[in-house]
Design a protein around this ligand. Structure first.
Ligand code: FDA
Length: 311
């Protein structure tokens, strides 16, 4: 990562956590329009339509109701209600999809027991409907609490109904991957999208990428069904190469990508017969998610600036 890229990434990730901006930004028409590249819409119905279109192209999905760092117990209960509604809709419409949930959406920032209870309600609903909840991974302050929660839910509901996410930028991730695989917890491996200190995370992209490949191999060797989540063709190629070397069948793992990013690659892998799952976010609180997507690619920022100035 060069200095300018690193700086704009840090600035955007800092801005992503500013509550005041969150409310102002979501009211800005042109910004909203730009965000629609990454977000399926504000309503559940919008997301269902997007997922049906992906299913028609041979891809699966994971719905995400956007709302992180919820600050009140009532707010977290609204989230649980939305996820139960979502799981019921998936079941009723027979769409090929599961759900992704953030623990800060369930109250992790102010009450860990409440977060566990809320997540448990969502996973219980998923289990009753033969579905699956992926617990997203957030900033490193909550990594351990998130893994503890996933382990508790996994012990109760099993690998078919709940799974974890690991980020290759964290120094601890290889050890976490070994420990989770030993328990047969399903993992989504991604690079990591938050602002982290070099104390806990590799500051250089090449180390993040090297760790991604190392951890991907741990996952593919484990015999558990995992998700390899990246748009980086070098990571995809390394995965395909290692899977071929280990003689793994195409269905031994899935590729995962974000809605609106590298649609060409999504489609190519699906057409080649690999399971592909697209993360489909929807909802009104799209600001932090949108800012993290901008931070991942500086070119996106210029695109936004150009459009805002035009508008
Ligand atoms: P990298 O950032 O190196 O990008 C590789 C290429 O992909 C770029 O050159 C560009 O072509 C394209 N690309 C990537 N991001 C883009 C963008 N925003 N706009 C346009 N093009 C882009 N993170 C996390 O911390 N916790 C989580 O729970 C999750 N969950 C998650 C689920 C899924 C399904 C995915 C795919 C990703 C996540 N992430 C995540 C995000 C992840 O950590 C990471 O920030 C992004 O995936 C970008 O990293 P890449 O692996 O794509 O590589």
């Amino acid at each position: 990562m060069n200095a300018t890229t690193g700086l704009s990434r840090s600035a955007l990730l800092f801005l992503s956590r500013q509550e005041g901006l969150k409310h102002a930004a979501t009211r800005l028409g042109p910004l909203r329009e730009l965000a629609s590249r990454f977000i399926a819409g504000e309503q559940l119905e919008d997301a269902v339509e997007a997922v049906k279109a992906l299913n028609a192209q041979g891809m699966m999905a994971s719905f995400d109701h956007l709302n992180e760092a919820v600050r009140t117990p009532e707010g977290t209960r609204d989230e649980v209600r939305e996820y139960r509604r979502l799981l019921a809709r998936i079941d009723a419409q027979g769409v090929r999809a599961n759900v992704s949930l953030k623990l800060t959406q369930c109250g992790l920032m102010f009450d860990r027991a409440l977060a566990l209870e809320n997540a448990r309600t969502v996973v219980a609903e998923a289990a009753a409907r033969q579905s699956f909840v992926r617990i997203d991974m957030e900033q490193s302050e909550v990594t351990q609490a998130t893994l503890d929660t996933v382990n508790a839910l996994h012990a109760e509901f099993g690998e078919a109904h709940v799974g974890a996410v690991l980020q290759s930028y964290l120094r601890r991730t290889e050890a976490d991957a070994q420990a989770l695989c030993a328990r047969r917890v399903r993992i989504r491996l991604c690079k990591g999208a938050y602002l982290e200190s070099p104390r806990v995370a590799f500051p250089d992209k090449q180390d993040v990428d090297a760790n991604f490949v190392r951890v991907m191999r741990v996952l593919l060797d484990s015999g558990v069904y995992h998700g390899i989540a990246t748009h980086d063709e070098r990571m995809v190629d390394a995965t395909l190469e290692y899977a071929a070397k280990q003689h793994l069948p195409k269905g031994a793992f899935e590729f995962q990508m974000l809605y609106g990013i590298r649609r060409d690659l999504q489609l190519r892998l699906a057409q080649d017969g690999f399971p592909v799952r697209i993360y489909v976010p929807y909802g009104r609180s799209w600001y932090p998610y949108f800012m993290r997507r901008l931070a991942e690619r500086p070119a996106n920022v210029w695109f936004v600036m150009k459009n805002l100035l035009k508008g």
